[in-house]
Design a protein around this ligand. Sequence first.
Ligand SMILES: [Zn+2]
Ligand SMILES: [Zn+2]
Length: 246
Amino acid sequence: MKIEVIGCGSAFSKISNTSSLLVTDNTGNQLLIDCGPTVPRALYNRSTSVNEIGAIYFTHIHPDHCTGLTALFNYWKSHHRTEPVTIFCQEENKSPLQFLALFANWPAKELCFEVHWQMITDHFVWNHWQLETAETQHELTNRALRISADGQQLFYSGDGRPTQASIDLMQHTDLAFQECASFDALDETSSHGDFYACKALLEKSNIKRLGLYHCWDEAIAEIKQSAATIEYLFVSHDGLTIDLSE
Ligand SMILES: [Zn+2]
Ligand SMILES: [Zn+2]
């Protein structure tokens, strides 16, 4: 399983793309996780075929995680995509996402490729992948994702503070990405992760590597400095590629 960080930034980052991962399995199946406003351009820059991404998973629909869908679909339409795409989302997020998709070819109602909408459940399957989800503590309902494929395990938190359910979901993964907006400790009722909570999370779990992302720009320097002293902990960056098969 190959993981490419398309973006690791918070909603209004001036440094990084909005947060998104591209996950590719050993047979070439590609899933994009989240698609915020700066993600389409990052994908155009990769100069790969418009047919390669087979599915998009939305953790939640804050604008920094979904509003790139219109531009991405418009790009795929303009470059004559032919392959169907599957959208995985929460039931209550389907209709706003469908509007973003429809707007990609406004005022026409159809695109030149099929869009299959599939609702997220606790556990579902895509190709030979096992996908499991759990809610984090966030302003909007956010579902963290665990992918098991080719004998490898990846966890991606989406936004929000860890919950017992999301902590359980990240156990025994080869690589986990956890949202860490703040360096300073935030209140337990907060909607975002912080460095001290992430550090504690790593200490009491059996994750092989923990990547912090979605950091507020002003917190990045302190988070990087402190993370550098802790084994198995790193701060994500745009363009980072990790191949779990290596
Ligand atoms: Zn966000
Ligand atoms: Zn959010």
